[in-house]
Design a protein around this ligand. Structure first.
Ligand code: SAM
Length: 279
């Protein structure tokens, strides 16, 4: 496939979203821009090379990630000051759990024009499939691999009144679901897998149901986890007091407030004030 039209682009940095598994999802504008830039900064030249082959363009590819040397970044910035330069990642939207923010920041600081050619991002595709509230969501990238750090991140996110979106890998899915079941009890979860690909699936349920399903059918491929917001049912003041009184038997006021906030979604500061009164 060739770009719809040849065009001359102004110098600057073009952030270009690319498909997350289905090459047909490359947009006409993304194709046109990738065909017209002087160079494409990318994570893996082989992956981006295949995409360029698909759109029938041959452009200089320069390996780049946020750990790249200052010299590589400076080189890209010097190029982008004079010519159009694209930034892509291996899949999806650059900067979304992918490299780019340091480059964009530096380009903006230097007065280089930065523009974004939007397209697929797995987080948004998953959110559109999960059947969970989508008016407010919090994208939290990858959960930490270590159990303690993972539980801490989930505890921090527990009071957030929004749907939560995480990137995950198949080997860590069961551990992530177990941690969600423990730290965010009662939440509905959707496992969105292999999005836009042949074996796309989006399976919803409790963490416990999903753990059982994936124990019987080991998951493959790429995964997004979508976790519903804390329950809509309001916890009454009496119920909150009862939970606080119980928690205060073994915990300090601050810890009791944090625990009840996690379980109910109520405001931790208000619970702390109430815990001090109840003590
Ligand atoms: N920048 C990308 C985006 O906009 O979606 C995300 C890059 S991040 C390094 C890779 C993670 O995105 C994967 O581990 C997986 O969690 C998620 N992901 C990417 N493609 C996916 C797909 N087709 N189906 C499900 N998840 C996907």
């Amino acid at each position: 496939m060739v770009a719809p039209m040849d065009q001359t682009l102004a110098p600057g940095l073009y952030i270009v979203a690319t498909p997350i598994g289905n090459l047909g999802d490359i947009s006409m504008r993304a194709s046109a821009v990738l065909g017209a830039v002087a160079a494409v900064a990318c994570e893996d030249t082989r992956v981006t090379g295949k995409l360029m082959q698909h759109i029938g363009r041959k452009v200089r590819l320069i390996r780049y990630d946020d750990h790249a040397s200052d010299a590589t970044r400076d080189h890209l910035l010097a190029l982008a000051a004079e010519q159009p330069v694209a930034l892509v990642s291996d899949a999806g939207t650059p900067l979304i759990s992918d490299p780019g923010y340091k480059l964009v920041r530096a380009a903006r600081d230097m007065g280089i024009a930065v523009t974004s050619i939007p397209g697929p991002s797995a987080a948004i595709v998953a959110l559109t499939l999960a059947g969970l509230p989508s008016d407010r969501f919090l994208f939290a990238g990858f959960l930490p691999a270590k159990a303690k750090a993972r539980a801490e991140v989930l505890a921090e996110l527990a009071p957030v009144k929004a749907t939560l979106v995480f990137y995950e890998t198949a080997p860590r899915l069961a551990d992530a679901l177990a941690a969600i079941g423990e730290v965010l009890p009662g939440r509905e979860v959707a496992v969105a897998r292999e999005l836009t690909k042949l074996y796309e699936e989006c399976r919803s349920g409790s963490p416990e149901d999903l753990i059982a399903h994936y124990a019987a059918h080991p998951p493959k491929g790429e995964i997004v986890l979508v976790v519903g917001p804390p329950g809509e049912t309001e916890t009454s003041a009496e119920d909150a007091d009862a939970l606080l009184i119980e928690a205060l038997k073994t915990l300090k006021a601050s810890q009791a407030a944090a625990e009840v906030a996690r379980a109910t979604g109520l405001d931790r500061k208000a619970l702390y004030a109430r815990a001090l009164e109840l003590k």
